[in-house]
Design a protein around this ligand. Structure first.
Ligand SMILES: Cc1cc2nc3c(=O)[nH]c(=O)nc-3n(C[C@H](O)[C@H](O)[C@H](O)COP(=O)(O)O)c2cc1C
Length: 383
């Protein structure tokens, strides 16, 4: 007993390992699995291999975010990303969610629409992708450094069609709950559809969804309202990256955008706001730490719910951010991808497995996915 007590005390001295109450959810530590697209959901259907992948990363009282998951057949822009708009997809998520719950994890689904980061090949009937604009984006080298992603010029969403997309997010949230998820994270970051509406370098609309900051945030807030009305704000979060310019999606005043959203979200009593650090600015999502003059502290202060930060954090910096109350929770992407037992490693300050960028997005059911070693191989769950 005493030994356990001492161990518990030791853990309490590591800020990342302290418990935290996020609304109704009792978390046992602050280390969140960041949403990570893995492109192994063939034909947009989650696969059984994801059961092992997510359960490897689940801990009792740990908070996990799913990879970005499409809200409709117009939401896709990459091969083999999962969806949550069909019955088949909902059924396929169930055993994955169950496995995370069996380990005591709390699991939210990140719901997503790529907007113009797509091409006609991913769209129903070969139509042009949807966006707030009809301005296209230049081809981009994919993360493997070899393939080039081609984008088709988008179709500007007509004002009266916008409620249809809002409704897709609402239905996706309902489906996520049906699949057993504990909640949803609205993907409002990284140059995808919601971010395309936010950013003044992209949004060239003249209706009530373009122009002023208030107008550019309207689409995100309508989605927030629809989703919270549908499933309850106590299980809804949102991810935002006001400072990023992924997929040519930049804003001339990201601080004002971040602050406006943080304050506007309070009205909905959203469970959490998840912001990407300003240092994550490049399109490749692989930037490492750089000196950065911007900070999320003003947004952290403005937002009344749980504040999650992510982007370039290591153990030391995560501990510092929690200790200094700059965030409640820290989302880890690449380190968690490569270290299924990341919370354990942070607890005992163990060395980390390096991540292999070349296998981030390969479609294999094992390689670069469930084959990263645990500290002690005997602890690999035998599913
Ligand atoms: C392989 C990979 C896939 C990603 N997929 C998503 C995603 O689906 N949704 C999202 O919001 N961010 C995604 N990101 C961004 C991560 O969630 C995270 O913000 C980023 O990796 C920076 O955090 P890190 O320094 O801890 O890795 C992805 C990043 C990587 C490396």
């Amino acid at each position: 007993m005493e030994i356990n007590g001492e161990k518990e005390q030791e853990k309490q001295q590591i800020p990342l390992l302290t418990p935290y109450k996020m609304g109704n959810f009792q978390l046992s530590h602050r280390i969140v699995l960041a949403p990570l697209t893995r492109q192994r959901s063939y034909n947009n259907v989650p696969q059984p291999h994801a059961i092992l992948y997510y359960s490897q990363r689940a801990t009792k009282g740990g908070f996990l975010l799913s990879e970005a998951t499409g809200v409709s057949d117009t939401a896709q822009g990459y091969p083999h990303t999962p969806g949550i708009w069909t019955k088949e997809q909902v059924e396929a998520w169930k055993p994955i969610v169950d496995a995370v719950h069996a380990k005591g994890g709390i699991f939210f689904c990140q719901i997503w629409h790529v907007g113009r980061v797509s091409n006609t090949g991913f769209q129903p009937n070969g139509q042009a992708p949807l966006s707030c604009t009809d301005k296209g984006i230049a081809p981009q080298v994919r993360a493997n450094g070899v393939d080039v992603a081609q984008f088709s010029p988008p179709r500007r969403l007509e004002t009266d069609k916008i409620p249809l997309i809002v409704n897709d997010f609402k239905l996706a949230a309902r489906n996520a709950i049906e699949a057993g998820f504990d909640g949803v994270e609205i993907h409002g970051a990284h140059g995808y559809l919601i971010d395309q509406f936010f950013k003044d370098q992209v949004n060239d609309r003249t209706d009530q969804y373009g122009g002023s900051l208030e107008n550019r945030c309207r689409f995100a807030l309508e989605i927030t309202e629809a989703v919270t009305n549908e499933i309850g704000a106590y299980r809804v979060g949102i991810r935002l990256s006001p400072f990023a310019n992924f997929a040519e999606c930049a804003d001339s005043n990201p601080k004002a955008l971040g602050l406006y959203m943080a304050e506007a979200l309070n009205k909905y009593e959203l469970l959490y706001c998840h912001m990407v650090e300003p240092r994550m600015t490049t399109a490749t999502k692989i930037t490492t730490k750089t000196e950065c003059l911007h900070s999320l502290v003003p947004m952290r202060k403005a937002f009344k719910g749980t504040f999650i930060v992510g982007g370039g954090y290591d153990r030391e910096e995560g501990n510092k951010a929690v200790e200094e109350n700059r965030a409640d929770l820290i989302a880890y992407g690449r380190y968690f991808l490569a270290n299924p037992d990341l919370p354990k490693r942070f607890e005992i300050n163990a060395p980390l497995n390096p991540y292999h960028r070349a296998t981030f997005y390969v479609a294999d059911p094992v390689i670069g996915y469930t084959d990263y070693p645990f500290l002690d191989e005997r602890k690999v769950p035998n599913l």
